[in-house]
Design a protein around this ligand. Sequence first.
Ligand code: PXP
Length: 240
Amino acid sequence: MLQLGVNIDHIATLRQARYKTADSAPVIEPDVVAAAQEVEAAGAHGITVHLREDRRHIQDRDVHQLRKVLRTRLNLEMADTPAIVAIAEEIRPDEVCLVPEKRAELTTEGGLNVIGASSSLRTTIARLRRAGIVVSLFIDPDSEQIRAAADVGAQFIELHTGTYANHGAGELPKLISAAELAHKLGLRVNAGHGLNYQNTTGIRTIPHLETLNTGHSIISHAVFVGLRLAVREMLALLNP
Ligand code: PXP
């Protein structure tokens, strides 16, 4: 069965937009941990959060709390930097997905250059695996990067579906061959980025896929699934 990991970074984005400098306010919303629990209650198979170096959305305490309460899997997206690797070793998420990170980007913009960073990645992956964490590398559907991912000791790759999301089904053959090659090399295969309610069905043609990690579109859709009820509840408070 194809599994769903839900990225809840944007719940934290909304919280930070209002409460970044007011973290002792009596009500701080939306609650990231409660959101993760809603996601689990709906049947998702895991929660994904990206602890960015600039802490623009998810905070360290979110990851600590999620680690304590989640009943499914915690997948921590992170850059391969010493400070963040040390945090991962301490928190021990079920999985880490190593991603490239640029300060100015709005979201992760491309896959890792595994070939260019192989020595550091090899060391980091060994450290994380020693801590009992399953390690995935977020990469473009590129055969050389996939071979390098197997070579540095990753257990999973997460195929970057952003180009497919932007350009459509013409990009599927690349993702299909990438998944086939990864499987042949003993790598397990996840995918994600830019997936939404329109383009996700096409992704199901990719073989060997285990988990799709999706964030922005689910959180965006949730606004419309819930907005009418939220307004009604406020109206009821005004005129009980
Ligand atoms: N997978 C990875 C590695 C990501 O960096 C992201 C974005 O944080 C996602 C999946 C989810 O992407 P989206 O928010 O576009 O669904």
